[in-house]
Design a protein around this ligand. Structure first.
Ligand code: NAI
Length: 321
């Protein structure tokens, strides 16, 4: 087994050691990077180090630990830090993971802007804040971008890279390479758009799911099966565009055969749902039959979901692409 040490590829700072910060720390360590974990709440860092140890040991025992190094070596690469400057100095990449609040993030990036040298990449994990809002006015704006992971990032490798209009192409290229190096699957958005790509797709699906239930076409439970036992199986391996390509004699043949039908159906899609009232009650009740909404049942179901995703991620790694 390889060992860490002087050959470590470099240092990364993770700012904010909650759910997402912890996942990034594990991913960067799996790629052999030294990680400094900072949080405004020192207790969060202490708790993070304890929970990372437990999780990485469990992953190692079950054979799901990522990377070439063993759990102990990876853990030795991660250290806590109580000073932002110390965490960032000498890092090649800073991954911000503080709560999704524009003012809070802008304040933090203003601090990072003062500490940053001209080489470090300043990357935000934001799910939906636009780079033009997050990084406006920063001296080091060329070095800034959003790298949006998907929860849980350790098992769902997609990372959306979203530039500010002034982000240097080299910043995106370096982050793309870093993400690949730690086993993630980066995609480049060529310009920012509200919701990025993932949430725009997700919200399109949620909106139509909601309308179908609201209009009494299908029950909430059956609607979810349409995805989990239907579309979802395929989408774990190929996207909607490749699906079109394969479902006819190539893309042009698909458009030829099905575009009229698609447009006819698309014209019947209704307005944006309110996501409230009677339908919200109905969907809530149906979901609670399967998973009661108390903390214990929700946590148990999330553990089950993450276990499934972990196995699927391993299967995908084993299969030819
Ligand atoms: P969290 O609430 O679990 O963790 C946030 C951490 O940031 C806390 O430990 C908090 O003490 C710390 N913090 C607050 N202010 C700080 C500051 N000024 N400096 C340093 N640390 C500070 O939040 P979570 O879920 O980890 O989310 C972090 C970011 O990741 C958010 O932008 C969120 O939108 C994004 N994200 C979250 C996903 C999720 O499913 N939770 C998925 C993808 C992205």
């Amino acid at each position: 087994m390889a060992s860490p040490g002087s050959s470590a590829p470099g240092r990364v700072a993770v700012v904010g050691s909650g759910l997402i910060g912890r996942s990034w720390a594990m991913l960067f360590a799996s790629g052999g990077f030294r990680v400094k974990l900072f949080d405004i709440e020192p207790r969060q860092v202490t708790d993070a180090l304890v929970s990372l140890r437990k999780e990485m040991k469990t992953l190692e025992l079950s054979g799901y630990l990522k990377g070439e190094l063993g759990a102990e070596e990876q853990l030795s690469l991660i250290s806590g830090c109580s000073d932002l400057r110390e965490a960032v100095e000498g890092a090649l990449h800073v991954q911000e993971c503080v709560p999704e609040n524009l003012e809070l993030k802008r304040k933090l990036f203003a601090q990072l802007d003062k500490i940053a040298d001209d080489h470090v990449v300043l990357s935000s994990s934001s799910s939906c804040l636009l780079p033009s809002k997050l990084f406006a006015g920063l001296v080091h704006v060329k070095q800034c971008l959003v790298a949006h992971p998907v929860n849980p990032p350790y098992y769902v490798p997609l990372v959306e890279l979203v530039p500010h209009p002034e982000t240097a192409p080299a910043t995106v290229d370096r982050t793309y390479a870093l993400m690949q190096r730690v086993g993630q699957s980066p995609v480049r958005l060529l310009r920012e758009v509200d919701g990025f790509a993932l949430n725009r797709l997700q919200y399109a699906v949620i909106a139509e799911a909601w309308r179908l239930v609201e209009e009494g076409v299908v029950s909430p439970g059956d609607l979810d099966l349409v995805m989990s036992d239907g579309l979802g199986l395929r989408y774990a391996f190929i996207g909607p565009l490749e699906t079109m390509h394969l479902n006819a004699e190539g893309m042009l043949s698909y458009c030829d055969r099905y575009s009229e039908g698609m447009k006819r159906v698309l014209k019947t899609f209704g307005p944006i749902p309110e996501f409230s009232g009677v339908t919200a009650e109905k969907v809530h009740q149906a979901m609670c039959v399967k998973v009661p909404d108390d903390a214990e049942h929700l946590a148990a179901r999330r553990v089950w979901r993450d276990g499934c995703l972990m196995r699927l991620a391993q299967l995908k790694r084993q299969l030819p692409q």
